[in-house]
Every structure is written in C-alpha cells, then in structure tokens.
Design a protein around this ligand. Structure first.
Ligand SMILES: Nc1nc2c(ncn2[C@@H]2O[C@H](COP(=O)(O)OP(=O)(O)OP(=O)(O)O)[C@@H](O)[C@H]2O)c(=O)[nH]1
Length: 350
C-alpha cells in the first residue's frame, strides 16, 4: 500500500450472536484472496477471546477483553488501533465490536485515532438476526431492542442474517422494519452471512456513511419505546453519552476444573434462563474424547469439535441481562462435581 493512502478501517456491528464472526471469516478470506493483509481488533465482554479461535492464526489480531469498547475500555480502542497499525503495517483493519456495543462510541474512537494516523473509516456493517429482531419488534420494548435499533441506525450496510429462521412473510416484515429505521443503508438478506464480500464492500464504497449516523427516527415508528433514548434530539443516535443502552448487559466467565457430562451440559444450555441470550465456550466432556467449541445464540445451540492452539482452558462465557451468575455458577460446579465423581473421570491437564 502506498504510504500516502489512508488505511481503510471497517467496523462490524450487530447484536450478540447475530453472525458478526461468521461474516468476519468471509471478509478475511476475501481480502486474503485479493493478496491483502487484513488485521483484526476483537472485543469480547468475557475474559477470553473465543471468536479468535475461528480466525486463522496468521491474521494479525489485537484483543480487547473483559469489557465493551464503547464504554469501559473505550480509550483502549484508539491506542490498540494505533499500536496494531504500527506493529503489523496491515492493508486494512476490521474491528469486531461486542454485540452489546453502541456503534456511535466506536465510530468516535476510530475518528479520534484518525486525528494522528492516516485512516479512513470506510463505514459500519451491521448484522441483524432476523428472528430475534422480529420478536423484539413485535414486543417493542426493552434495552436490547433499543440497542439493536441503534446498531441498525448506524449502519452503512445492513445484513439481514438468519433468514432461515423466519418465513418469507416474516422476512419481508423484518426487512420493512430495517428500512424504516435506516433508509440509507443497502440491505442484504443472508443465511450464515453468505453474501458476496466484493458486492458488500462495493456497496459500502457507495454508501453515504454519515447519513445513518445522523439520521433521526422515522415518523412511522412513533409507537416505539425506543424513540425515547435512541431516537431524536438530545438523545439521538449520534448524540454523545447515549451508550447507556447496555448498562444492563452482564457477562459471567466460568473456568472449568473438570470435564462435564455432555448430555447434562447440553441440558443446562437448553434450559438457560431467557435472560441469557448468548453463551459460548470451549468444553471437554467426560464422555467424549474431543474438546468442543459451543455456541448458543437466541435459543439455538451448536457444538463443534475443536483443537484450540495454545493453552486455552475449558471456559464458558454467558452474556445476558440481570441473570443470576451465582445460580449459574453453582449449576456448572454441580455438573463438574458429578462428572468428577464418576468412574470415567478424566482430569484435563493443560
Ligand atoms: N440458523 C442460523 N445460524 C447462524 C446463521 N449465521 C450464524 N449462525 C450461528 O449463530 C451463532 C453465532 O454466530 P457468530 O458469527 O459467532 O455471531 P457473533 O455476532 O459473532 O456473536 P458475538 O461475537 O458473541 O456477538 C453461531 O453458532 C453461528 O453458527 C444463520 O444465518 N442461521
């Protein structure tokens, strides 16, 4: 890359579990196929970077863990971005925010860095989970709904993901909601974020990236509870200090000492309280020989065999609103004790 060209920076936004990492993998593969060297900044609410396991090890990465870049560790983002660029000289940087992040705060951090680094913020991609958004829109309340609305309003391109989980009529209904909230961004429906990366990036080039950031709520949404805090005026989407929408979001990170029984663990995940809307982790089971990466997003669980590099412990991160972490902890400890008491006990050594 010529020294005079500003470095492109992309922000990947979207609610917890909507499909950001799935899209990130596709974008990274695309850039690499073009002979480009992308670098990634990952931010997780939990204490471990589990999404990083899904990204090729050769991709330079900076991790911001244990907080959200839009508030608690916001200042760190500018510093990390500058350090990563200096250390790796990448051709571009993509920032995957936590699903609880208010994008406006991230945009602020990136633009702050651009005061002393030659960067160009190319825009913000927001991934929406069609089924989850539809359900929240039908009930029209809650902080999660307001946060999703902010993420959608700030997008320069919208991916309406997980359309496999809704009917054609529901997809049209939710697409209509997205268009009302953000009339500026192109909308790409997808399953597993399988959009054409070249087309997505081209649409970003053409988007008026600032339009969504300054946009006000559409009059058609007058009944939305979200109007109060994510809508117009003082509390508008672009107003400073409006990142309160996820003050309620909490994360519990559990480190396992013993493997657990797979069926009991699956049952625990299945029966998670509805206030826990995202969970992920790496677990060893007492009744199987492999380790598994598990994912749980909006009531759907997925287990994948994995052999993580390095010394990653068995760990699970649970993210949600006002759930009892002590109750969850004691349930997990009970699973560990039960499996440890069985004859097939295998204490994992790292
Ligand atoms: N049914 C369905 N599942 C999907 C789709 N896209 C992604 N998933 C699954 O949803 C889960 C979450 O996907 P991720 O890409 O990790 O979501 P994320 O937004 O990065 O999650 P966080 O970083 O935790 O906020 C994974 O189990 C994915 O395999 C889709 O279109 N349909």
């Amino acid at each position: 890359m010529e020294a005079s060209k500003p470095l492109p920076v992309y922000i990947l936004s979207g609610f917890l579990g909507s499909g950001k990492t799935t899209l990130l993998q596709r974008l990274l593969a695309h850039w690499k196929s073009q002979g480009l060297r992308p670098a990634v900044i990952m931010n997780e609410l939990g204490e471990v970077n589990l999404d990083g396991l899904l990204v090729e090890q050769t991709v330079p990465m900076a991790e911001l863990l244990g907080g959200c870049i839009c508030c608690t560790i916001r200042g760190d983002l500018s510093t990390e971005l500058a350090t990563l660029i200096k250390r790796e000289s990448p051709d571009l940087v993509i920032i995957e925010a936590t699903g609880a992040a208010n994008p406006i705060e991230i945009i602020d951090s990136v633009t702050e860095t651009s005061l002393y680094q030659r960067l160009e913020l190319k825009g913000l991609i927001t991934v929406a989970d069609a089924a989850h958004l539809l359900e929240l829109h039908r009930t029209q309340k809650g902080s999660t709904y307001r946060l999703m609305q902010e993420q959608i309003r700030s997008a320069s391109v919208l991916i309406l993901n997980k359309t496999d989980r809704v009917s054609a009529e529901e997809e049209a209904e939710v697409a209509d909601v997205l268009r009302r909230w953000n009339a500026y961004a192109d909308l790409l429906p997808a399953v597993n974020c399988a959009v054409d990366p070249a087309e997505l990036l081209e649409r970003m080039e053409q988007a008026d990236i600032h339009a969504g950031w300054e946009a006000e709520a559409e009059p058609g949404d007058a009944g939305d509870e979200a109007q109060g805090s994510a809508g117009t005026g003082e509390e508008g989407a672009g107003a400073p200090g409006t990142h309160r929408t996820h003050d309620h979001v909490m994360a519990y990170t559990h480190y396992f000492t013993f493997p657990v029984n797979s069926e009991e663990f699956e049952a625990l995940i299945r029966d998670l309280p509805s206030d826990v809307y995202r969970a992920k982790g790496v677990v060893s089971f007492s009744d199987t020989s492999s380790r598994f990466l598990f994912q749980y997003a909006y009531r759907e669980a997925d287990f994948m065999k994995i052999t993580p590099q390095g010394d990653l412990p068995d760990v699970a991160v649970f993210i949600g609103e006002h759930f009892s972490s002590s109750e969850l902890r004691s349930k997990l400890l009970k699973l560990e004790r039960r499996a440890a008491g069985r004859p097939d006990r295998v204490r994992r050594t790292l």
